[in-house]
Design a protein around this ligand. Structure first.
Ligand code: UDP
Length: 324
């Protein structure tokens, strides 16, 4: 059985990737400090507790499990918090990635799939985004992910590393079988917040800005089902096994959805009204983000299978009801 080390394996996207790996015949070993992840979400393989910046701990875990590949999800991922704590974000997201790369090199682990983000593109001047759109992040979170990408490219130049960089657009939804899902504290994402408001768990949903240059005035995003994001990692691993070239892919559907359209989908799924109010724009929010997603389709043979909005919202709702 092949083994993969999943940094951040106890987190939202990492846990879905563990399930997809296990189904594809891999043993996923999660490496997570549980600062944001949840022990209960590590269901498909062992958990090794550790900080991504702890070189000695990483060395010990790599020596114990001798993985064929690393999938690197562990990161701080909130745009707003990154503005308040840019040094912490640099430390975890950039220095943490550099530490992992050094540990991988020392342990002769040569395959890496990295979780990057649409936030590296900042406010694109042309849409749809493609992988050749200039990288120009507008907040520290996006900057740290772009810097981590650079660190990976540098490491590959000087060594034997094969890598895939996957830039997620808006990962959303939950495991269709209800085995894992999104549990952030505090929750900042639109879909879980809209569901919480519909179910009366929170009094109201704040919509950040209604004066954007979009048809209904609210921001537009490209929502991709987290299970589709997860299986893209399997496709990336298979591609890296067969090819010597590194690859960078956007993961999105090509479909833009406004914040108000998300509210309508949540109302349809719950059968309840979402109480919401308009609040000022959230600093750093680009008005419109969606990707052509060509590299993933044409090179990895990936396509979104469950990323229609009703499926995303339905699976997120199922998970949210489980949490009650
Ligand atoms: N958003 C909102 N209210 C919320 C959470 C998000 O209006 O409680 C908006 C946010 O300003 C953005 C969109 O929903 O326009 C998607 O935000 P999210 O945080 O889900 O993902 P992001 O695109 O920032 O990664």
């Amino acid at each position: 059985m092949r083994t993969a080390l999943i940094t951040g394996g106890a987190g939202y996207i990492g846990s879905h990737a563990c399930k997809a790996l296990a189904r594809s015949g891999w043993r996923p070993v999660s490496y997570d400090d549980l600062s944001q992840g949840h022990r209960a979400l590590v269901k498909w393989g062992p958990l090794e507790e550790g900080d991504i910046r702890d070189r000695a701990r990483l060395d010990a875990v790599l020596a114990r499990w001798r993985p064929q590949a690393v999938l690197h999800f562990a990161a701080l991922s909130q745009v707003g918090a990154s503005v308040l704590q840019p040094d912490l974000y640099r430390d975890v997201n950039v220095a943490g990635t550099e530490c992992l790369l050094a540990a991988m090199r020392a342990a002769n682990v040569e395959t890496l799939v990295f979780s990057s983000t649409a936030a590296v593109y900042g406010v694109p001047t042309r849409l749809p985004i493609t992988e050749t759109t200039p990288v120009a992040p507008t907040n520290p979170y996006g900057e740290t992910k772009a810097a981590a990408e650079d660190a990976i490219r540098r490491a590959a130049e000087g060594g034997k590393l094969r890598y895939a960089i996957l830039r997620y657009f808006n990962a959303a939804g939950g495991d269709p079988d209800g085995e894992t899902g999104e549990s952030h504290d505090p929750e900042t994402h639109l879909i879980p917040n809209a569901i919480a408001a519909a179910l009366g768990k929170t009094p109201t949903l704040d919509i950040f800005g209604d004066d954007y240059p979009t048809p209904d005035g609210t921001c537009i995003r490209d929502y991709v089902h987290v299970s589709d994001v997860a299986w893209a990692h399997i496709a990336a691993l298979e591609w890296l096994e067969a090819n010597d070239e590194p690859i960078t892919c956007d993961l999105g559907t090509g479909q833009g959805t406004s914040n108000l359209a998300v509210i309508s989908a949540v109302e349809a799924a719950t059968g309840r009204r979402v109480p919401w109010r308009t609040m000022p724009r959230r600093p750093g929010d680009p008005p419109v983000l969606y990707t052509a997603g060509r590299a993933a389709r044409e090179t990895l043979g990936w396509m979104p299978l469950r990323s229609d909005l009703p499926s995303i919202v339905g699976d997120a709702l199922k998970w949210s009801q489980r949490l009650q």
